[in-house]
Write a protein that binds this ligand. Structure first.
Ligand code: SAM
Length: 277
């Protein structure tokens, strides 16, 4: 009999395709938990069989009722309960957020056992900047809502990570190209599985490639950040300040022009003072 796991809620990341990506710590927690909250018992049953664990499973998702959540919280007083999703890290476009929040509010211990997540795996494959990134999950399916979501983040200077499905990939890439411009991108597919693939190109190229092609399997799209505008020349700065100074004080003109030309405000202000001498 395995020693019992420390009581509380244990968020356990599981593989996104390759069972060997299950960490020893994750396997240990799943074997020793008193029960496991799952999205789909059939999916998790395979994982448990793989590690020889026999632990009761209970279905849970964020649509579960308050009463169901309360029943889980009551068990946390004496049980170690693991939360898994079908694949990857729970809570990341998967259930769990409401439960973690409720468990914390009720004073229960919450532990996490980190591991695979398709979003981070895709980012590491894409060859796009990784210093700042924004995870968008699944974009809305309806064109209008998708367009609004993209308009909201079009100016963000970060790589973007999106989950997508084969049938919607072509439309999504076309929308990304139309609203974000011709940035660099990558379509990653079936990560850690037999047919793992990463196709890179500009959004224009990718949208053309997938316009009539609906790839099978699981997909993450990564989009590079917007191009950094070329630094404005002295002539451009003078022209913009010359116009702004006809309407505004030196400091306000400098602020407006610095914003417009993406320049440090100090440089614009120093030049504005020279021009007004
Ligand atoms: N929580 C999971 C995680 O951390 O990766 C993601 C769950 S979300 C419901 C499922 C989506 O993740 C899929 O539709 C696909 O976009 C992406 N995904 C999952 N496994 C993948 C894989 N092996 N390769 C590429 N994308 C994958």
């Amino acid at each position: 009999m395995e020693e019992r796991l420390e009581r509380g809620l244990h968020i356990v990341a599981t593989p996104i395709g390759n069972l060997r990506d299950l960490s020893p710590r994750a396997a240990d927690a799943l074997r020793r938990a008193d029960r496991i909250l799952v999205e789909d018992t059939r999916v998790t049953a395979k994982l448990l069989a793989h590690i020889g664990a026999k632990v009761p499973m209970m279905r849970y998702d964020d649509h579960s009722s308050e009463a169901e959540r309360d029943a889980i919280l009551a068990r946390l007083d004496d049980e170690a309960i693991a939360l898994v999703s079908d694949a990857g890290t729970p809570l990341i476009s998967d259930p769990g957020y409401k439960l973690v929040r409720a468990a914390r509010a009720a004073g229960h211990a919450v532990h996490t056992i980190p591991g695979p997540s398709a979003a981070i795996a895709a980012l590491t494959l894409a060859g796009l900047p990784t210093d700042r990134f924004l995870f968008l999950g699944f974009l809305p399916a309806k064109a209008k809502a998708r367009s609004e979501a993209l308009a909201e983040i079009a100016g963000v200077r970060a790589s973007l990570i999106l989950y997508e499905s084969g049938p919607r990939l072509g439309d999504t890439l076309a929308a990304l190209h139309e609203q974000l411009g011709n940035r660099d991108g990558a379509v990653t597919r079936e990560i850690s599985k037999l047919h793992e693939e990463c196709v890179t190109g500009t959004l224009n190229e990718l949208a053309a490639r997938y316009a009539d092609l609906q790839p099978k399997g699981e997909i993450v799209v990564v989009v590079g950040p917007p191009a950094v505008p070329e630094a404005a020349t002295d002539e451009q700065l003078d022209a913009a300040l010359g116009e702004a100074l006809t309407r505004l004080s030196a400091s306000r003109a400098a602020a407006e022009v610095a914003e417009k030309l993406s320049l440090p405000r100090k440089r614009a202000y120093a030049r504005a003072l020279e021009l007004t001498k």
